[in-house]
Design a binder for this molecule. Structure first.
Ligand code: AP5
Ligand code: MG
Length: 214
């Protein structure tokens, strides 16, 4: 299954991707995670992306398309993938179509998680993640067993640099202006399913799975 998990910052894309990876045994391809790894490693690409990401803007289409094309060509993506945080602009969506078409593939479903802005601000201010294994948490809604310690690998949890309130506001604005129009783009291709992304994490997981089997 070739899937796009779509939605504003804090919609729960990363959280739901973790479940979908286990359910469908296909990898999560998160451009945000890949860019953060490049920033952490201090690669030339990471150095280019760092300032834009800290401000909550979009990294250039060229950079993002390069890393996605390379990732989708890897063996583990052969039986499918879950794109998380990509595409984010119409040119990215067009380029993705072209990459897949060349390989005789296409997108099967675009799952759009619908969450209101007040909820997003609450989610992002309490988000924590594990710098070692990548598992995500929320201090109130999805807390680790021991405060600030990863349940899976025992590392200390961290807060993302772009989860500061001013940056979150900019990310929401960028989403509305540049990314939300992709909903119409995928609606016209008959692959969009909109899911209510509010409520318990497990409930949303069930909604997604029901939408994918129908
Ligand atoms: P990226 O990493 O993709 O960030 P994002 O899209 O802003 O989304 P988030 O990761 O913040 O949210 P999420 O939907 O994954 O929510 P999560 O599951 O963590 O991108 C970061 C930056 O990289 C961009 O700003 C840009 O600069 C750059 N970039 C990335 N891709 C790019 C591209 N394609 N083009 C250009 N630039 C790109 O959940 C959030 C919190 O809520 C967690 O704490 C979680 O535990 C909690 N939570 C989840 N579900 C629920 C629930 N149902 N109830 C209560 N709490 C919940
Ligand atoms: Mg995420």
């Amino acid at each position: 299954m070739n899937l796009i998990l779509f939605g504003p910052p804090g919609a729960g894309k990363g959280t739901q991707a973790q479940f979908l990876v286990e359910t469908y045994r296909i990898p999560q391809v998160s451009t945000g995670d890949m860019l953060r790894a490049a920033v952490k490693a201090g690669t030339p690409l990471g150095l280019k992306a760092q300032e834009i990401m800290t401000q909550g803007g979009l990294v250039s289409d060229d950079i993002v398309l390069g890393i996605v094309a390379e990732r989708l060509a890897q063996d583990d993506c052969r039986s499918g993938f879950i794109l998380d945080g990509f595409p984010r602009t119409i040119p990215q969506a067009d380029a993705l179509d072209a990459i897949l078409k060349q390989a005789g593939r296409s997108i099967d479903h675009v799952v759009s998680l619908e969450v209101d802005n007040d909820e997003i601000v609450k989610r992002l201010s309490g988000r924590r993640s594990c710098p070692s294994c990548g598992k995500g948490y929320h201090v109130a809604f999805d807390a680790p067993l021991q405060a600030d310690v990863c349940d899976v690998c025992g590392s200390g949890l961290v807060q993302r640099a772009d989860d500061q309130e001013a940056t979150v506001r900019n990310r929401l604005l960028v989403y509305e202006q540049q990314t939300a129009p992709l909903k119409d783009y995928y609606k016209s291709k008959n692959v969009l399913c909109s899911i209510l992304g509010m409520g318990a994490i497990a409930e949303i997981q069930q909604r997604i799975i029901s939408a994918l089997v129908n």
